[in-house]
Ligand binder design. Structure first.
Ligand code: BES
Ligand code: MN
Ligand code: ZN
Length: 499
């Protein structure tokens, strides 16, 4: 691998979504909305169909039993002179219940169900521009892995021509930028660990970041040693692939606030000497999801030209049980000097994050947002779709609220008093696990808190469950990598930049 550039071996495919003032004369399909009314199917008016075409479409849909319930997709032949072969009716559910999330889910399902159709014209943005664009792009994303064969015709993503007034073009472009940034995070997380390891990952991020106008700094293992990043080195030294620390920065002139972003970048987590069981270990290719999300977020912020200073600090390491690996019982010295007794080498995320948080705190940012696939306990506590957020109370609560507002479910979690005792070690300043299983997510939060600089509003988002979808696709959430919590953090940055 050339050390300066790296292309991912495969990228997901996704629909092209374009804004147009007027419908093209000819397309493959019209995508229209339907509602589930009190008396059954309702078809709202659209500029794509005249009144008699609308009536005959309604009749065709009613005849095949369309109900308009949320996510329902029914295809019927288009009426004469509609300029398309078929009408695809997308159920939006009850008109009263329609909100951005319902629209995003429905358009997501529509994009997934219409691969291979071709050119599709729609006025769905009438019900919400951002939600429509996000739903189509996020839902239409498909990662098929690294294959010897090309996409079949049926797998080709469609092109959506969104017919709407020119006045929405700014919102439209911003939504597309955010959605496509989420896909960068997904592509990274979906890439297997033999391809994506600290060096290649750092090279990829450098390329993407420079293109977006960010400053880039990459520390290699020698520089990490010189500067005292003992946590990152301790995790990385069991692997033949040495660790990296990537720093990306966005410094617009008009910025009033500075936000530090930190994300866990374990390119593969075997557990190290505290080895994980083999079954399901393959999902640990996703253990760099926090860093991927933060990289995607700062790239989105730069493309949106948000007037807020942002610095992303991304520790990248592979947690392997090689002969040089850290042993249970070892004592390590973190960046900044705090020492830690490593009782379990599978609690490695906190070891790399604490170095990164300490480094990020040196810049004295106003806010520090960190995200990580940190604990299985997060999934036990909140399930696989809801992130757990810990940190400064007001900021933590606001971030959890923002998460729910954008459709990335999140819940505020407390840091537990008992963990202040349990984190004490007999051999070092602190230890990396507690003796009990209770509150595993919160204990990790308490560990990280030790490294946050004074006066910084901080939040830790545990995304162990929500960053990866091990089940079937739903709405705009595909299988495997989801890209959570990119949209939450982008929305938070927007809010901070507007304050
Ligand atoms: N990367 C894992 C957490 C994880 C588990 C993420 C499942 C996604 C799905 C993390 O490094 C880990 O192994 N955590 C341990 C901590 C324990 C040893 C205190 C865990 O949760 O079991
Ligand atoms: Mn682990
Ligand atoms: Zn891990």
């Amino acid at each position: 691998m050339a050390s300066s550039t790296f292309e991912l071996p495969a990228r997901g495919s996704f629909p092209t979504v374009e804004l147009a003032k007027k419908a093209p004369k000819q397309a493959d399909a019209l995508l229209i909305a339907t509602f589930a009314g009190e008396e059954g199917l309702e078809v709202p008016g659209t500029s794509l169909l005249g009144s008699s075409a609308l009536r005959s479409t309604y009749e065709a849909l009613a005849a095949v039993g369309a109900t308009g319930k949320a996510g329902e997709i029914v295809k019927v032949p288009a009426p004469q002179k509609a300029g398309a072969a078929q009408v695809i009716a997308l159920g939006l559910g009850g008109v009263e219940e329609l909100d951005d999330e319902a629209l995003r889910r429905a358009t997501g399902s529509a994009a997934r169900a219409t691969a291979g159709v071709g050119t599709i014209v729609t006025t769905l943005a009438d019900f919400g521009v951002t939600a429509t664009v996000e739903g189509l792009i996020l839902g239409g994303y498909a990662y098929r892995g690294i294959r010897s064969t090309e996409l079949t015709e049926k797998e080709q993503p469609s092109t959506f021509i969104v017919v709407a007034d020119k006045s929405v073009s700014e919102e439209f472009e911003a939504a597309r930028t955010v959605a496509e940034s989420v896909l960068i995070a997904r592509d990274l997380v979906n890439t297997p660990a033999n391809e994506l390891y600290p060096e290649s990952y750092a090279a990829f991020l450098s390329g993407e970041a420079k293109e977006a106008g960010l400053d880039v700094e990459v520390l290699d293992e020698k520089q990490l040693k010189k500067q005292g990043f003992g946590g990152i080195l301790a995790v990385g030294k069991g692997s033949a692939r040495p660790p990296r620390l990537v720093r990306l920065s966005w410094k617009p002139k008009k910025a009033k606030k500075h936000v530090a972003l930190v994300g866990k970048g374990i390119t593969f987590d075997t557990g190290g000497i505290s080895l994980k069981p083999g079954n399901g270990m393959w999902d640990m290719i996703s253990d760099m999801g926090g860093s991927a999300a933060m990289a995607a977020t700062i790239i989105a912020a730069a493309k949106l030209k948000l007037p807020v200073q942002i610095t992303a600090t991304l520790p990248l390491a592979e947690n392997m049980p090689g002969s040089g690996a850290t042993r249970p019982g070892d004592v390590i010295t973190h960046y900044g000097g705090l020492t830690s007794e490593v009782l379990n080498t599978d609690a490695e995320g906190r070891l790399v994050l604490s170095d990164a948080i300490a480094r990020a705190s040196e810049d004295k940012p106003d806010y520090l947002i960190e995200t990580a696939t940190l604990t299985g306990a997060q999934i036990v506590a909140l399930g696989s779709r809801t992130s757990g957020i810990m940190g400064s109370e007001v900021f933590r609560d606001r971030l959890a609220e923002i998460g729910r507002e954008v459709g990335e479910n999140a819940w505020a979690m407390p840091l537990l008093e008992e963990h202040d005792e349990e984190i004490k070690s007999q051999a070092a300043d602190i230890r990396n696990i507690n003796a009990k299983r209770e509150g595993g997510m919160e204990f990790a939060g308490t560990y990280l808190k030790q490294f946050v600089g004074e006066g910084i509003e901080w939040a830790h988002i545990d995304i162990a469950g929500p960053s990866w979808n091990g089940s079937a696709p739903r709405g705009y959430t595909p299988k495997r990598a989801t890209g959570v919590p990119v949209r939450t953090v982008v929305a938070a940055l927007r809010e901070i930049s507007e304050a």
